[in-house]
Ligand binder design. Structure first.
Ligand code: UD1
Length: 418
């Protein structure tokens, strides 16, 4: 188990490359099993969730190898439709293998996935999409079995824009017979990455990012390639850290156009934010102000994954900040740990109210989930004294090397193995 030690109170000053997006890498890797060839993904982040996905790919029969920041997946051999429970439980997004394996093998068998504890995370919309395309779905002993000799195109109307269900629907439809229209689709930028990759494999897909995706099914797909887009949530985390601690940070290989609501909130807090091509610079010299109410929404709204980092940045902001979480039911699990560091927060149901305090103090705190862990690290940077952050296994799911990144930004941070 590793522990992060953070000495707070230093202004940040540094430059950092933004890692490739976790939420793009995982569905792209799963999509590669649809092809009967070799795919290459560049700019892959080194994350434990990526390693878990690679283990699933190898288990089902893909050959996977690494070269620098590239991952090569050769899916030309026979593919098994079954994923063992232990591999599935390592991360939530493993459910994306449902559509991919069903499409490729005509069947898929896997248990319900693991992942962050953010409240109930049902898969009804994923199953709705697959059933609409003709899959027969049965559930027994916690395992889901999907079957269809060949899926048939159709109209999938998603009642809410689930990212994972949209991805599963796309993966199922690209090898289905005939055309599919997905309405109510999620519009997150990661879906455009998936569309680009599928097109490079020969799939006919349009509309990703618009809410209506149209797909014309193909008989077969060849291997393809994709450079993974920058991780907008990792970028939001580093910017929130600088807002909280003060100073100036420069993020390169970033994608500011995917981050409008986050950059807007940081500007309202009194930070100077400038953007260029693949570049974001944030500077905070004076006092922090409350960003005003923050309501999380599906893209292009304020992203739920950036809510905990922004909450941490608001702890010492003048005034009262209200946050309303509308995407997940239980996304305030980091609040008790922030309170133990001197934060004044009350949270009930979807709403959290943060009253700005003058000082925070270091503490011995444990991450309860990935972005909640990031929030604790940010609070620690702006606190007086030393913080010991445990539960780093959650943080490592989504940040390449948080200690190294925060050190590059000028933080006093060290990683200790216990
Ligand atoms: C993805 C992201 C995650 C992000 C989330 C919302 C990945 C790997 N993860 O997760 O980081 O926080 O989008 O931006 O890309 N829901 C249902 N039924 C379903 C599916 C979802 O009710 O079948 C609900 C969920 O419980 C949640 C909401 O829909 O309340 C959004 O979930 P969804 O967009 O599916 O998130 P994920 O794809 O799991």
């Amino acid at each position: 188990m590793s522990i992060l030690k953070i000495t707070g109170g230093r202004r940040l000053d540094g430059s950092l490359r933004v890692q490739g997006a976790k939420n793009s890498t995982l569905p792209l890797l799963a999509a590669s099993v649809l092809t009967e060839g070799l795919s290459v993904f560049r700019n892959c982040p080194r994350l434990t969730d990526v390693a878990a996905t690679v283990r699933i790919l190898r288990h089902v029969g893909c050959r996977v190898y690494e070269e620098g920041d590239a991952l090569y997946v050769d899916a030309s051999g026979p593919i098994s439709p079954e994923v063992p429970d232990a591999l599935m439980r390592q991360m939530r997004s493993s459910v994306i293998f449902l559509g991919a394996l069903l499409s490729r093998c005509g069947e898929a068998s896997l248990c319900l996935p693991g992942g962050c504890e953010l409240g109930p995370r049902p898969v009804d919309l994923h199953l709705l999409a697959l059933r609409t395309l003709g899959a027969e779905v049965t559930e027994a002993g916690g395992r889901l079995c999907c079957r269809a000799a060949r899926l048939k195109g159709g109209r999938i109307d998603l009642p809410s824009p689930s990212v994972g269900a949209t991805e599963n629907a796309m993966l199922a439809a690209v090898l289905a017979e005939g055309s599919t229209v997905i309405t109510g689709a999620a519009r997150e930028p990661e879906l455009l990455d998936l569309q680009d990759y599928l097109r490079s494999c020969g799939a006919l897909v349009t509309g990703a990012g618009s809410g209506v995706i149209r797909i014309c099914g193909a008989e077969k797909l060849r291997g393809g390639e994709k450079r993974i887009l920058p991780d907008r949530i990792a970028a939001a985390t580093w910017l929130a850290a600088c807002a909280a601690a003060g100073g100036r940070v420069r993020l390169y290989d970033a994608c500011p156009q995917h981050m409008a609501p986050v950059l807007h909130a940081l500007r309202r807090m009194g930070c100077a934010v400038s953007t260029g091509e693949n570049l974001i610079v944030l500077e905070r010299r004076g006092d922090l102000l409350s960003p005003g109410p923050i309501v999380t929404r599906p893209h292009p709204g304020f992203p739920t994954d950036a809510q905990p980092p922004l909450m941490a940045a608001s702890l010492k902001a003048a005034g009262t900040t209200v946050m309303i979480e509308t995407v997940f039911e239980s996304r305030y699990r980091h609040v008790p740990a922030l309170r133990s560091m001197g934060a004044d927060i009350s949270a009930a149901g979807k709403t959290a109210v943060i009253r700005g305090v003058k000082t925070l103090h270091g503490g011995d705190v444990t991450a309860s989930d990935l972005r909640g862990g990031a929030a604790l690290a940010i609070a620690a940077l702006s606190a007086e004294g030393e913080t010991v952050l445990r539960g780093m296994e959650h943080v490592d799911r989504g940040y390449e090397d948080m200690a190294e990144a925060l050190t590059a930004l000028g933080g006093e941070v060290s990683l200790r193995k216990e």
